[in-house]
Every structure is written in C-alpha cells, then in structure tokens.
Write a protein that binds this ligand. Structure first.
Ligand SMILES: *Cc1c(COP(=O)(O)O)cnc(C)c1O
Length: 476
C-alpha cells in the first residue's frame, strides 16, 4: 500500500492559518461592531431559498469563497442575540473567551462522553458541576449533574429521571403538576416521555403569577382519592414571562410530604444565585431533587450549554445506564464518571470547557456584578415608566424582566384598543429592526416584555427604544 498520507480533507498549515485567521477576524469584527448593526433582520422563505437552494457541489471551491458567501449571506440574515437592544425572549449575551474555548473543544474534537475518551474533559466537567452544586447549596459528594445542549434537554433529562425513580416501569397512573406559567419545554418533555394529557395538571397561578399552593394541594388530594399517583412537581425559579419565582419553600414541603419528585426549572432565573440578594430570593432552591439552569442565558455563554443538577447522582446513572457490548471494556472506576451514563447523549460536545474557562478568566465576581447590574437596570426602567402617564406596569421588574403596556391615562382607551396599540408598537419595532421587542400575554392583556440580561445595555438604550415605541403608538 502507498505509505503516503491520504490528503482527503486535509489543508496545508498555511491554508489552515489563512482560513482560521479570517474566521477569527470575522468573529472579532462582529464583537466590535455588533451594536452598530440593527438587532433584527427579517427575511422570507422565498428570499432564503433564492440564496441557498442549489445542489450539493461535486467539485471543490476555495474555502475563502465559501466563507465570504456565508459572512455575506448567512451571518447578515440573522437577529443579533447579543445586541444591546435585543430585549425579546431571552437574549444571548455571549463572551469572547467562551467563544474561543468552544472553538478549542471543537478543534481538538474532544469526546466528552466517557472517562476513557477524555479523562480531562470528564474531570473538568465534574469540577465545574461541583462549582454549580456548591453555589446552589446542593450536596457536593452525593449530588451530581450533567451539562446538556440547553434548558429543554435538561428538563427532559430531569423528568425522565423523576419518572424512573418514582414510578419505575409503570407510569400509567402517574400525575405531574406544573403551573400555567411553566416553560413550554416542560410540556414538550412530558409529551416526549409518553405521558397522556390526562396525566398532566396545569395549576393556575395567582395574581402575582406564582404557583397557587391551595389549588395544588386540592389537585393532589383529588388525584389521590381517585387512586392516581402524584409523582412530580415542576416549579419555576424565574418564569420566562415575568421572572416570577414560585414559592419554592412551600412547594418543597408539599413535595416532601407527598413523596413527589421536586424539579425546579431555573433555566432563566437560576443564575440569580450569584446576585447580592440571590440566596434570599431563591430560598428553597436547594430543596429540589433536580434543578435546571441554563448557562447560555444569564451566565453569558454562547449556545449550546444547559445544566442539570441532581441531589443524588445515582438517580442519573440509575436512569440512563445501558451497556451495549462494545462499551463493556471501558468500564472504569466507579468514581470515574462516564457522562453517557448520566444523560441522553453518548457522543457529546465538550461544553463544560467554555463555561470553565470563562469563569476562571473573569472570576465569579464579574458574573455577579453583571447580574446585579441587570437587575438594577430593570428596576430603573420600571421607575422611569411609572413616572410617565403614557405607560402602565403590568408586571414589575423581576429578575431583570419587566412587562408594561402603552396606556395613556388621558386617552381612556378601551381594552381592545390598548391591545391593538401595543401589538402595533411591537410589530413596527420589529419591522424597523431598531430593537428586538415583542409582546406577551399577561392576564389576558397584550403587553410589551423586556428581558434585560445584557450587561452592555444601558438605561439610555432602553429609553431611546421607549421613545420610539411612543412614536409608533401615535402613527396610523
Ligand atoms: C429558555 C427556557 C427553557 C428552555 O431552554 P433552552 O435552552 O431554550 O432549551 C426552559 N425553561 C425556562 C424557564 C426557560 O426560560
């Protein structure tokens, strides 16, 4: 056989450097210039098809040409999740250290599935998870967890675990409880796991958008009388709509008394544990059996990294361990965790690396300060809006989320008209591209929602958006 290396998919050192530096330059240019761009970019399927639909090419072309095409036509056709004026949904304020760390993980193509694949990756993931366990006051030795692609996957992993632990094989009578403000990914997970509609109790929230304790107690009592098996309770620590934290301590007491798995979805708000008041406002979070947090939201990581913590790590291995023949030989020491035994994925991206490197580089203090800043900013915005006679606060600043609507006192608008005006403001804002701002529905009202978790966003940024909203409101 020819001993010469096969050149398939290989580039010369110079070509790799040339291409690599161009990519890095493009990323850095984006970091530097992103706030001069518009945060919103709308395009139709037709326009995108025109750009992209072609057959896969049989023959090569220069890498730089492909890169330039992508920079011109893909990266420009995208909302800027990291923009100062991205207020909608949950923005994705990323950081450069994590971006490059992610590149490193990909560059070395580290297999983060098992100990034998990379002891370094597994060890670093264990250590980074331990930081999280400590922050949330979970038992470090007994507890455990896993980094996932995001919050949805963390919730799915949690609910699969809850079911296995509490129901074993037969979940035909199992009932799961969550509030009407719980994130849709929980319902999605419930559906994926094969629960029927009749097994889900969506408990209405009270006027503060919090889990209604009495309604929950009544529902559990009723289900027990009917011979059903309450097995899982999902609380939110920071709902995505309003940032409201459910009464975690009271819910924990109920879960314990009823022998129900207590899952807390902290995908949005869990990060607040790092803030000054975090321990106080998240009181009871350490009582959860499982907790979802989402570093690619308010812990400033680029997509994708979610995180699931559990009080007892054996629950994860008890749920996800399967032993195909070809994995038998790599069973090591019990303390040498194979993360493929702790979750859904076998081959896994080394996502802990970016989180680890950014925490080491910036220090937790930088994260704490950023989160405190975000909370304060939302409170400042609330104070300014309260002084105006044009705006009404529908849900006050809560974990950097605020909901409000245009409703000038003098005009005495009818409810339908108010809904229409606020819908119009959001539509015009998105069409203009000036800010990423959309509505949500609270108490049957159309409201504008701002999620202010970007540390670059200033009060002036928000106020300039509010001024624009007022202009749009008056346009016909
Ligand atoms: C965003 C969010 C999720 C889903 O997380 P992804 O990372 O988008 O999959 C789940 N729960 C809450 C409360 C969220 O805010």
């Amino acid at each position: 056989m020819n001993s010469k290396k096969n050149q398939a998919l290989r580039l010369s050192k110079e070509a790799m450097q040339d291409f690599g530096y161009k990519v890095v330059d493009a990323v850095i240019e984006h970091f530097e210039k992103q706030d001069e761009k518009l945060p919103v970019k709308n395009a139709s399927r037709e326009e995108m098809d025109k750009l992209f639909s072609e057959d896969a090419p049989e023959n090569p072309m220069p890498a730089t040409d492909v890169l330039n095409f992508v920079l011109e036509n893909v990266m420009t056709q995208s909302n800027v999740s990291t923009h100062r004026k991205t207020y909608a949904f949950v923005p994705g304020p990323s950081n450069y250290i994590s971006v490059m760390s992610d590149t490193l993980a990909t560059g070395f193509n580290i297999f983060a599935g098992g100990w034998v694949g990379s002891a370094g990756a597994a060890g670093l993931e264990i250590s980074t998870l331990n930081w999280m366990l400590k922050l949330f006051n979970f038992p470090v030795k007994k507890g455990g967890g896993i980094f996932t692609s995001g919050g949805s996957m963390a919730n799915l992993t949690a609910l699969a675990t809850a079911r296995k632990v509490k129901c074993g094989e037969d979940f035909s009578k199992a009932i799961i409880y969550l509030s009407d403000q719980a994130h849709s990914s929980n319902i999605k997970a419930i559906n994926i796991l094969g629960f029927k509609k009749e097994q889900v109790r969506i408990i209405p929230t009270n006027l503060e958008f919090k889990f209604s304790i009495n309604k929950l107690k009544n529902a559990i009592a009723k289900d027990k009388i009917e011979g059903l098996k309450p097995f899982c309770l999902i609380a939110s620590s920071g709902t995505t709509n309003t940032g409201t934290i459910d009464p975690l301590e009271e819910l924990a007491v109920i879960a314990k008394k009823e022998n129900i798995w207590f899952h807390i979805d902290g995908a949005f708000g869990g990060a607040v544990i790092l803030s000054k008041k975090g321990k106080k406002i998240l009181k009871g979070i350490d009582k959860a059996d499982s907790l979802t947090i989402d570093p690619h939201k308010w812990l400033f990581q680029p997509y994708e990294i979610g995180c699931l913590l559990v009080r007892d790590h054996t629950c994860l291995s008890g749920t996800f361990t399967e032993k195909p023949e070809y994995l038998r030989d790599i069973e090591g020491n019990e303390s040498e965790i194979n993360f493929y035994d702790h979750g859904i994925e076998l081959t896994r991206h080394f996502r802990a690396l970016k989180f680890y490197m950014s925490i080491k580089t910036f220090g937790l203090k930088t994260f704490r300060d950023a989160i405190d800043y975000n909370i304060k900013l939302a409170e400042q915005v609330e104070a300014v809006l309260r002084k105006s006679d044009k705006w009404e606060i529908v849900s006050p600043a809560n974990l950097a989320i605020i909901n409000f609507r245009y409703n000038p006192v003098k005009e005495n608008l009818l409810e339908d008209k108010i809904d229409l005006v606020n819908q119009k403001i959001a539509a015009k804002m998105m069409a203009s591209g000036e800010a990423q701002l959309v509505t949500t529905i609270l108490l049957g009202q159309v409201v504008l929602r701002m999620c202010l978790i970007n540390p670059k966003t200033t009060l002036e940024d928000v106020m300039s958006t509010i001024v624009l909203c007022e202009k749009f409101a008056l346009e016909h």
